[in-house]
Design a protein around this ligand. Structure first.
Ligand code: NAP
Length: 315
């Protein structure tokens, strides 16, 4: 199989997690990296044997024959970097959120469409092996009847971090879209939704509750209280079986005798940041075949998740 040449933009914590995965893939070659602070790119290049370090995104794209590129920059920079890249037609992986606001994500989706650029957005929870195993356990007994997602943020910690005001103000798009996306991953498209939003401090809301019906007929609920320690969890209700992930990285199913059984993760979700290995496999497959396989999300699809978030903001 021919080698895939990948370029990396960004040299922070998440770039390192992606690089651990890519470094383990035999048919992928790390051809170049660039980042805002060059010394960090140099450090990663040394650790992961990346061939070339470039001063800028333009340098990377002009000087490398890229088969694919990963945009792993800070949340408030993804949109700006993606705007430059998408017209080049190189298959592009974007960390979330592609745009901090819905209209930014929409304009990126239009740009990708216009230039026929294959793309993928990094909603890595969709690739958790325990999620796929849990879905099978439910489906063995019939349809999924309902699901419950709890997406409590640790917002008291966010305000202390050195992140921009725009990111803080739009945290629902920047981070809560991870858990909002899980509604769509497990339930499919939403048919009806009722949302309630409270604003303790944040203009766009910091307490969210929703009840919904999916097109499949399943019922769903979502709860998120940003100042209450609770973490993220998902419960799936099936016929005679309930599957629970609390935290998301630990799965159990409960049988009709109320006995709990563990759902164990695959090795790749233990060795690497959960979901990252299969997510990268999907991106490589997108580069090779030109089509994005389930459970991948592209820019157009991520708009649907952002629209759900927008419903909370406008409730
Ligand atoms: N999927 C997940 O579970 C998950 C988890 C965490 C984060 N993320 C996402 O991943 C992205 C990166 O997060 P992180 O935690 O790695 O952040 P980080 O540690 O702040 O790293 C971001 C990196 O991008 C560089 N950068 C910023 N703007 C740039 C630009 N315009 N051009 C080139 N390089 C630029 C930064 O340079 P400096 O060194 O100069 O700052 C830094 O090296 C964020 O968008 C975040 O939302 C996803």
């Amino acid at each position: 199989m021919s080698e895939i040449n990948l370029g990396i933009i960004g040299a922070g914590g998440i770039a390192k997690e992606h690089l651990k995965v890519i470094h383990s893939l035999r048919t992928v070659n790390l051809i170049g990296i660039t980042s805002r602070t060059l010394s960090k790119a140099e450090e990663l290049a040394k650790t992961f044997h990346i061939q070339n370090i470039y001063n800028s995104v333009d340098d990377l794209t002009n000087k490398c024959a890229l088969d694919g590129v990963l945009v792993l920059v800070s949340a408030d920079q993804i949109y700006n970097v993606a705007k430059k890249l998408l017209p080049l037609g190189v298959p592009t992986f974007l960390e979330k959120p592609p745009g901090i606001l819905l209209n930014e994500t929409q304009s990126l989706a239009e740009l990708a469409d216009k230039h026929g650029t294959k793309n993928m957005v990094g909603y890595n929870r969709r690739y958790y092996s325990i999620f796929h195993k849990g879905q099978k356990i439910i489906e063995n007994e019939g349809n999924i009847l309902g699901l419950e997602v709890e997406g409590h943020e640790r917002f008291w910690r966010i305000a202390d971090r050195s992140i921009t005001q725009k990111v803080i103000e739009n945290w629902i798009y920047v981070n809560s879209t991870h858990t909002i996306d899980l509604l769509r991953f497990f339930g499919g498209e939403v048919e009806n939704i009722n949302t309630l939003t409270k604003r303790i401090k944040e203009k766009k809301g910091d307490q969210f509750v929703a009840s919904m019906e999916f097109k499949s007929g399943s019922l769903g609920t979502y709860r998120s209280h940003w100042y209450s320690p609770g973490g993220w969890s998902v419960t799936l209700f099936g016929n005679g079986v309930t599957v629970k992930y609390k935290p998301l990285e630990k799965g159990v199913y409960i049988d009709t005798n109320l006995k709990e059984h563990q759902i164990l993760p695959d090795q790749v979700d233990i060795k690497f940041k959960p979901g990252f290995y299969r997510q990268m496999e999907n991106f490589i497959s997108l580069i090779r075949t030109g089509s994005l396989n389930h459970p991948g999300v592209d820019l157009s699809d991520s708009i649907m998740t952002m629209r759900l978030a927008e419903m909370f903001v406008h409730a």
